[in-house]
Write a protein that binds this ligand. Sequence first.
Ligand code: ASP
Length: 312
Amino acid sequence: MSDAKIIVHGGAGTIRPRLWAAYRDGAHVAAGIGQQVLNRGGSALDAVIEAVVNMEDNPVFNCGTGSCLTYDGRVECDAFVMTSDLRVGAVSIVTNLRNPVRLARVVMEQTVHHVIAGEATNRLADAHAIEKIDPHALIVDRRRRRWQEMMDRGLEFMVDPELEASDDPADLTDEDAMDTVGACAVDREGRVAVAGSTGGIMLKYPGRVGDTPMPGAGNYAGPAGAVACTGHGEAIMRVCLAKYCYDLLEQGVPVAEAASRSISHLTERVQGFAGLIAIDAHGNRAWATSTPNIPVGIPERVIDDSSGQHPA
Ligand code: ASP
């Protein structure tokens, strides 16, 4: 029997003080929902799915309702799930599902594939009775306003040369431009799972696939633990950040050290802005980030200071 534990994140970025409480509390609530599943004897997989579904339905976060918008002003979501026995499922470029992470689970459990993208996600959702939603209902005013402001500034696909050259993480992690969610859990049986969901990054090129649905890039789970990343997906995928951190866990590196070494690796290799949460198979948890904030949720206490690198 293991200690059943969960940790969630609400996206690495620059969260302005007036929005901080909504992110902090949203992450805390989602962690509590996952923990209830674990306390009832539920699986780590059920726990991370229910935590992420709660955040997909919370308009604060960049996933499901409240997702960032593409350059042409639409929502395209990615989602991911993986368990310690190396089962994995992901969806990408999903336009009309309330909870994309539920379809990621379908890919994992009901298909022989691991990643399904684009129009085909519609057919798969229909075949498995996954709830559809009017794509316009996924767009919230705050994101629409931010999209308009960024368009007015003439930014393109978040690769504006001025931003790329900036030393200030607040530029590349602009408020309302990121904030993916993720959850990692271990259950009483010692099974580990990770789930993630995102609208990607603001002004992304239509059809862009981020790090979240790429196994080993944005998320990874195995017998040694689970890792969920957030931040600038193009940087995260270049170093396969989740797998990098997971491999440290497998080598026996303590989880807090694995988290901080992974973020240092990202910073050294690609100067990227990202954060991650991690859990080992014993339920030890930690997070680290190179961005000004990453809202982190655990059920035991509200986490108010989430900058830097910490054991949870
Ligand atoms: N990593 C996500 C992406 O690039 C964005 C985020 O984490 O906020 O799609």
